[in-house]
Design a protein. Sequence first.
Length: 740
Amino acid sequence: MVVHPIILCGGPGARLWPVSTPERPKPFIALLGERSLFQATAQRVSRISGAGRPLVVTGVAHIEEGRRQLAAIGVEANFLIEPCGRDSGPALIAATLWVARDDPEAAVLVVAADHHIPDADAFAASVAAASAAAADGAIVTFGARPTFAATVYGYIRAGEPLPGAGAARRVDAFVEKPDAAKAAGLLRAGALWNSGNFLFRADVMLTETAAHAPEMLASVRQAVADGVHSGDAFELGPAFAQAPRVSIDVAVMEKTDRAAVLPIDHDWSDVGSWPAIWALSPHDLAGNSVEGAAVAGESEDCLVRAGPGMEVIALGLKSVAVIAEDGKVLVSDMARSADLKAALQDLRNTARGAPVAKAGEVAGRLSRWLRQSALPLWWSFGADHVGGGFHEALERDLTPAGATRRTRVQARQIQVYAAAGLAGWPGPWRDAVDHGLADLFDHRQRADGLFHGLTDTRGSPLDGAGPLYDQAFVLLALATAARAWPERADDLRARGLALGAAVRQAFAHDGGGFRASTSRALFLADPIMHLFEASLAWIEADDIPFWNTLADELADLFLTRMYEPKGARIREAFDADWRPAPGPEGRILMPGHHYEWAWLLECWALRLGRADARAVARALYASAERGVDPASGLVVDALREDFSIDRGSSRLWPQTERVKAALLLAPAEEADAAPYLASAVQAARASERYLDPAAPGLWTDTPIVGGAPEPAAALASSFYHIAGAILALEGAQARLASAA
């Protein structure tokens, strides 16, 4: 019998804080010996007779660590990538569907990546003992014989033996984690610990899921259908995010009449708490387990661990865990281990915890830079106070640079100062907005209502109607100014509506959507994206049918014709039918634009309650994360259609768009939000690398290819990206505090 092992590798392992964190969770840590729990699990299932290549189910944030750890032990595996965590039910069913494509009646072994089973041979024998029952249609779970009245495990009441199935028995009942008195009663009654590991036939599990959790199965089935292969990985489609968050026990096992349990006698632990680590670790004569640069003096039955760079002295303690790791410290009575998750919640609510505190620290630095340095400097030196408008760039000595001026840059500077006014900056934002608007209307607007895209430094036009990209940014600037400056709102709303009508008249495409230029048939994603951004901004400033219709039209164009569910990607260029353009430009993927689209779709979907669009936003975000260089933590500029690197350089703006997307998409649930918050912190720190320390308020946008960016003139066009990210970090603090 060929057994297909599935290793479920998810969850933050909060009860092992501070060593286990969302960035590097429990499975990937060497808690007991030299190997991580994940490595030990992979070795264990690979030794089962007839075992196929393991399938590891994990999130995009952990796939590279999984590959690295497997390579270190010489085990090959496939990876099933979840776009977001949905608990064990959807994860297990997705993996089962993946296996069943080639063999519907395959024997599937599901194990957790973070369990401790020291006797691999005994485990293999248990799998063999369960095989007859599984082959006969039972869904077999493995029940460990309790050694004490644990309150951290679920229990199984075993019923009658299954005919012809050896030691396997029917399940009479599953019992959720009990209190101490109930646990003692279960122990006396011979109940088993629920290990959460399973053996079953794929077709049986899918049939039972169809009967008891049809909505979950439908969402997961669609996610598998829309998934895409990339080397050793299969990435689930965005429909996965629509599956309910539910364990396989609740979804199926507690309802099916095919549930069976095989009692196992070998050692098993889910290593879910520090007392469990203490029980499984070597002790000195006083019962202490000590690791790292640590001392336990005159102490008994203590667990004392000092991580790299930490030193710990524990004196006169009894049954206490003292864990120091990465600047964080836990001191806990061993008997209070079950309270750690709640205490960690309290920490996040008060001191903000690791990800939130770091985000607050970065946000504070960047906020001061924006409000005290950049905004004053770019009004004083970046505005042309003689000729009007704004300079294209500033040299490091604050002299202006650039022989021409683009309307998109003028509009972006207006938007930045209007957004700063909305965010409470007390500086002269109205002067800056008025200055920029005067230049737009006096020197850049044509008789047909559109705007020139390029002028000389005196404001004389150098082209006809500017491209759609420039019109979109003028619309965005007018909308932001209308929101920030109520006294001018009526005039700006009228101007914005007139420009919107002119854009539709000049750029609308008979085949749907909008052309990028009035002079040729050019179809690009970028101007569509910013027109979508402008329409959403106008809904905030003037919620009338015109803007709602435009936003819905652009969202529909994206979701039905531009977005590719298989691969969760968006191309940069298209033909007139909105198919990927031929040639290299139609094959390029830009992670930065994936972040921007994810952010915009989430904004639109939240307003309308569109769960499908929110799922696409998360899938786009996951695709963008594949463009993060693990060595530098920087988003690269461009990928090929198979997500291999096309341009490994890293400009400033993709880092800032990652900040915005990560903060907006971070779910309310703490465990699910943590990877997004960690990405936001990483991206914010990456953005700081481009700020010029020798000239506060300036930046360098030359691409990084390792090291630091080369000093160069600060491009005004980047201010829109930088300010947007910083204001998002500022605005996220209240939301993070309420969601923690």
